[in-house]
Design a protein around this ligand. Sequence first.
Ligand code: G3I
Length: 354
Amino acid sequence: MQLQPDRRSFMAGAFSSAAVLGGCRPAGAAAPTAAYGCAVRADMLDRDRAYAAAVASRCRTVVPESALKWLDLRPSPDRFDFANADRIAAFAARHGLGLRGHTLAWYGAMPAWTEAVTARAEAQRLLTDHIETVVSRYRGLIGSWDVVNEPIPDQPASRDDLRPFAWSRALGLDYISLAFRAAAAADPAARLVLNEYDLEYLGERYAARRAGLLHVLRRLVDGGVPIHAVGLQAHLMPDRPLDRDGLQTFLREVRAMGLNVMVTELDVVDATLPGDVAQRDARVAASAQAFLTLVAEVSPPTDILTWGISDRYTWVPMYFTRSDGLPNRPLPLDADMNPKPLMAVIERFTRASP
Ligand code: G3I
């Protein structure tokens, strides 16, 4: 398999003018209760100086929003395209930022050629090769991976229900343990995360999703699969009631399995909130405050990342446009990189404890 320049050439390039790996906290700064970070876009980091400066000054960690997904990395069965992921890794190294990997197995961004994969042995080989190649390339640079993203169907029919796609069709639940074992073998030091959405609110669907995820986690942990944390994506819906008991019971069971908790994709879908900016920003901040408070009462998250940092670049309008036509305001900085009340909420949960 002809790969792009090998790891050595990437490492040489990334560190030619970069700070020492792993970054450095300001002298004397106390360790935060959680590290704040955000998802980033390689093209915008290169083109938008204000955006790049905001990320570099406010974040401790970055995660590629799309560059490490199969769809971006694997244009064909015999090729890897690391160009965008390498640009983000170099940006992180230049600014002394940590780096997360998202994601090694997800139904949501699979290249068309994988639809033809049906045989068990072929699926095992392709998934293992992919993870070995990608994780080893960034060994020592990427500190944690969303190994598997969104394994639970949007509306699970039972706790055994898995999201259908190439790997689950060919391997069933085994694809998840295979992915985590392959990632651990490729980088024993990386923290390995199972990442999921829609776990926060009252309702049968949310309860079923929490039950399905717990069922997967128990089978992984009981099977000795190397997994370290659960990622709560936290794409919050402020009009829905948080399920305090349901969420906190879920988190207690996660902790009882010896797993940590991360908030991995926080933003607040403001599509149904008032148009008035001050009111909307306040509701967005209150929604995040309420959620983070519930989580922290049971399991202070090790990391809090938002899915983007500025309203200038957000996925939200791809699916949740406002009926009044106003631009969405889901993130900590507005489109001009000015902090909003949500930024203050995040700083309360990510600054050093009082
Ligand atoms: O890079 C191409 C570009 O060359 C092309 O011109 C353009 C027009 O089609 O598409 C660009 O790719 C887009 C990609 O984002 C990079 O910007 C894809 O179409 C678009 O579908 C993709 O959307 C991303 C989506 O995941 C699917 O991968 C969103 O930006 C990203 O925010 C979203 O993130 C997901 C997490 O991975 C998992 N949790 C939910 C979250 C939000 O949906």
